[in-house]
Every structure is written in C-alpha cells, then in structure tokens.
Design a protein around this ligand. Sequence first.
Ligand SMILES: O=P(O)(O)OC[C@H]1O[C@](O)(COP(=O)(O)O)[C@@H](O)[C@@H]1O
Ligand SMILES: [Mg+2]
Ligand SMILES: [Mg+2]
Length: 291
Amino acid sequence: MSKSLDAPATQADRTVAQVIDTIADAASDVRTAIATEREHSGTVNPSGDEQLAADLRADELFEERILGIDGVATYASEEREEVATSDGRLHVAMDPLDGSSNLEPNSGMGTIFGVYSERPPTTGRNLLAAGFVIYGPVTSMVVARDGRVKEYVLGDDRRVVDDDVTVPEDPTVFGFGGGVDSWTDDFRTFAEEIRRELKLRYGGAMIADINQVLTYGGIFAYPALQSRPEGKLRLQFEGQPMAYIVEAAGGRSSNGEQSLLDLNPDELHERTPLHLGNASLIDRLESETGQ
Ligand SMILES: O=P(O)(O)OC[C@H]1O[C@](O)(COP(=O)(O)O)[C@@H](O)[C@@H]1O
Ligand SMILES: [Mg+2]
Ligand SMILES: [Mg+2]
C-alpha cells in the first residue's frame, strides 16, 4: 500500500514541513562536503556540466534523506538523469549545490528545492512550497509556503530573522549572467539602461544573487543567449522554485514573455531564460526586449 496516497491535506502539510526540516538539518553535512570533497569527479551531469565530488555527495545525501520521508514519492535532481522513486504523494526537485563553480574561490553556494504535487517534469503551478539554503558566512534558509516567505539562520536551532520577506519597492541592485557579448541586441540595450540606474551585484551563484534582490530590490537574469536561446538555468530545479519564492515575496518572474510558473516542461532537465525581481523591472524587460 502507498504510504499516504489517500491522506488528507494535513498529511501533505506535514510532509512539506518534514522536507523543509530535513533540508535544514542536512545543511551542516553539506557544509562538510563543501570543505572536504573539493575535487572534480570526472563525470558530467545531464546538462553537460562537470560535477564536483561535493555535487555528487550533496545529491546522494538529499536523495537518501528526502526519499526516507513518509509521503515523498519522488526525488528529482539536476545531478541525475532519472527521477528516483518511493511511495507517497509529493515530489521533491532539487539543485543540491547551486553555484558549485564558486567552490574553489570559496564564494557563495547553496541548495534549492521545490515540493510539487505532481511528478516532474511539471508546471510550477503544482508547487506547494520552495526554498533555498545559502552556505555563506552564516548558513541561512529562505522558505516560501502558503503565500508567505520567511528567512531563517540555521545553527543549533532554526532562528527566524525575517517572517515576511518582501521585495523592497525601490530597486537597488542588478546581476546578469552570460556575458555582454553573448546577449541578444535587445537584452544588451535593456542591460545598459539598468546599468545606469542600479548597482551591479553578480557573484556567480544564483541563490546568492537572487537573495541580493530579495534583500535590496532589483533584478537578476540569466537571459537567452545568441548561441543558446534556451539560456543556461534549469526550469524544474532552479527556475520554478526561485520564481515561486520571488513571486510570493511580491516580485515577478519571466522567461521573457510569461511567468516561469506557467511553463510546463516536456523534459526534466529543460533550460529556460530566467528573469526575476521587482515587478516593475520585469514588466519593462518584457516590453523592451519583446521576447
Ligand atoms: O558561470 P556563469 O555563466 O556566470 O553561470 C553562473 C550561473 O550558473 C550557476 O552556477 C548554475 O548552477 P549550478 O552551479 O547548480 O550548475 C548559477 O548558480 C549561476 O547563476
Ligand atoms: Mg544551480
Ligand atoms: Mg547545481
């Protein structure tokens, strides 16, 4: 018998809470992996990115612990081709280590997760909760659930530092990935306007760059590139969870035309152009780049 196939909504709520607790509790082990498993593994992930030993360790650790939760049916990750299965009714998709090219220079890295009511690949409208952990000078966690975003500092306990994270009304910072020469002409023109208005903050790890936007207001993008119209970032593991968080915090997400949450990927590892931030800036991006 399935663990909780016919369970009432409250069981789903409990499962979501357990997923969040499990990821928070795993943070110290992921930090250990970042410190000790620094070598290249010699393998590539389904997107073709070289994997570090820490990418693989974080993925294995989350697979085991997430699938061990009563009520979780599947675990999908940027680092594995197939969805791993158990019994249950909820589905977890993760980027176990975001920004892993920041490992060598000891800069920001994190973990991203989304809890879906349907098995990935699926639309962002099936997200029940999403969040991320940042392994920065302190370990922090941001969780969006029930239309509200909270920020915690993780240590021996989980301390709330902001119980209503909201994108500040006046934008201050921007960060655009991919490089000026790779952008489309329309995006380059938009980026030049934004450069004159806001301060650059780009650290090479999406979670940390988007946390700048959540903290100070602004815009983060990894747009369509001339050589790669689909962009770099993965919709299911990176785009939709971060869009869910930013939209719950009062901002907007877009692939250039519509909310990332409305996209319904055919492929688990599908990529998307990604733009997140203050609604006013994403509106402008859509109208000026005309994508
Ligand atoms: O090196 P680039 O092209 O600036 O790319 C940086 C982007 O790639 C990523 O590192 C991709 O994530 P992974 O590290 O999980 O592959 C994002 O976090 C970041 O925004
Ligand atoms: Mg990533
Ligand atoms: Mg990753």
